[in-house]
Write a protein that binds this ligand. Structure first.
Ligand code: ADP
Ligand code: MG
Length: 264
């Protein structure tokens, strides 16, 4: 396990209890979806993991030193006055990398997300999907060990989203990084990850820890529909102690309960 959260809670100064009793552990190199309804505390959980916020209670532990993290938000958050290349290069410059090396790494990162020809383009010249690609390139340029993604594709049209889903999977396989992918889309979680952590409504905690079958990702397969059914069921059933399961047909199946896997 590269990361474990145990009994994490967070309340905001206005009294909103965003998270309570949140616990899960993430295996190194895995691609895990964190799925839940709007307002259940997904972004808060990611910000806690990133160290941008402190928990009120519970523990967040890395296995060893805190690794290099990449963060991708729903909004691409690009500087409008800077080229794609300059946007990707900025965090490297902030780390005092020599300009030539920062340039080379930024160029390589743009190529990896399919934007070789667009280094000199400005954000206003790029589509929503391309801006998101720049944002992903910026995160990858720092060579993160763990990539935190907060509903990165929620604002994109369906074809752009599907293309980015596949490219993200390719980047994950190439790099062997750990990805924690926040989404409120059942279909997206079923497509991208083999493990889906379903959160309860606010205050968020894990409602179900679902293992999906390995195998080719095929949106037209019966297995994909079955996976979505199991995930949606977990998302919509009334709050109860954390459950762990696997989607059926010998495919989706029970794993140790979310509580038990904590702190592994
Ligand atoms: P999600 O990402 O799942 O939609 P968030 O983590 O953004 O949920 O928010 C969880 C809850 O905490 C929501 O009710 C939200 O309004 C509230 N919240 C988030 N950030 C703050 C903040 N800085 N101050 C007060 N309330 C907040
Ligand atoms: Mg959010």
């Amino acid at each position: 396990m590269i990361l474990s959260l145990s009994d994490v809670s967070r309340r905001f100064p206005n009294g909103t209890q965003a998270l309570s009793g949140l616990g899960f552990a993430i295996a190194e190199g895995s691609f895990v979806s964190l799925l839940g309804p709007s307002g259940c505390g997904k972004s808060t959980a990611l910000r806690l993991i990133a160290g941008l916020l402190e928990p009120d209670g519970g523990t967040i532990r890395w296995n060893g030193a805190k690794p290099e993290l990449g963060f991708v938000f729903q909004e691409p958050t690009l500087m409008p006055w800077a080229t794609a290349l300059a946007n990707v290069r900025l965090p490297l410059e902030l780390k005092n990398l020599p300009r030539a090396e920062a340039d080379a790494r930024a160029q390589a990162a743009l190529a990896r997300v399919g934007l070789d020809g667009f280094a000199q383009a400005y954000p206003r010249e790029l589509s929503g999907g391309m801006k998101m690609r720049v944002s992903i390139a910026r995160a990858l340029a720092a060579q993160p060990k763990v990539l935190l993604m907060d509903e990165p594709f929620a604002a994109l049209d369906e074809p752009a989203r599907a293309a980015l889903n596949d490219d993200l999977l390719r980047l994950w396989r190439e790099d062997g990084m750990t990805v924690i992918f926040v989404t409120h889309s059942v279909a997206e979680s079923a497509y991208l990850s083999r493990r889906v952590l379903v959160m309860t409504p606010r205050p968020g905690r894990i409602a179900a820890d679902i293992a999906l079958p390995e195998g080719p990702r095929d949106r037209l397969s019966p297995q994909f529909l079955e996976s979505q059914r199991v995930i949606a069921d977990a998302m919509h059933r009334p709050a109860s102690p954390a459950r762990a399961e696997r989607a059926g047909g010998g495919g989706v199946s029970e794993r140790a309960s979310a509580k038990e896997t904590e702190g592994e």
